[in-house]
Unconditional design. Structure first.
Length: 120
């Protein structure tokens, strides 16, 4: 597989700004997934930037083949209110992802970029 410079550019998958979110519910209106051009054997990184106005646990729900698992970022510890965090999440072809926060809050910022360089 040959890559050109365009293949290496991050792709914006989500951009939420100053939005109220409910506790333990999906933040995004629809799930996000690796771009359709991602080869079956490759993974991509979702780089996630998040800041909330209220401390709480930030989580991802990853679905593959109709099975969903929840995973916590920051070792399951509360994110500090009004602070920016950046996490990387390895995502494979066929996965879909959404995010949640353990308490009702204002999502100050949630940005998700797909970093298209995968590993086999």
């Amino acid at each position: 597989m040959s890559l050109n410079a365009k293949d290496l550019e991050p792709r914006e998958l989500a951009n939420v700004h100053n939005t109220a979110v409910s506790a333990a519910t999906d933040i995004l209106s629809s799930t996000i997934a690796p771009s359709s051009g991602t080869p079956a054997k490759l993974a991509v990184l979702f780089r996630v930037q998040v800041a909330m106005n209220t401390a709480g646990v930030f989580s991802a729900r990853i679905t593959k083949s109709s099975t969903t698992v929840g995973v916590n970022f920051n070792s399951g510890a509360n994110l500090v209110a009004d602070s920016v965090y950046i996490f990387d999440l390895l995502v494979h072809n066929g996965d879909t992802v959404n995010f949640s926060h353990s308490v009702a809050a204002t999502m100050l910022v949630l940005r998700v970029q797909e970093i298209p360089v995968g590993v086999s």
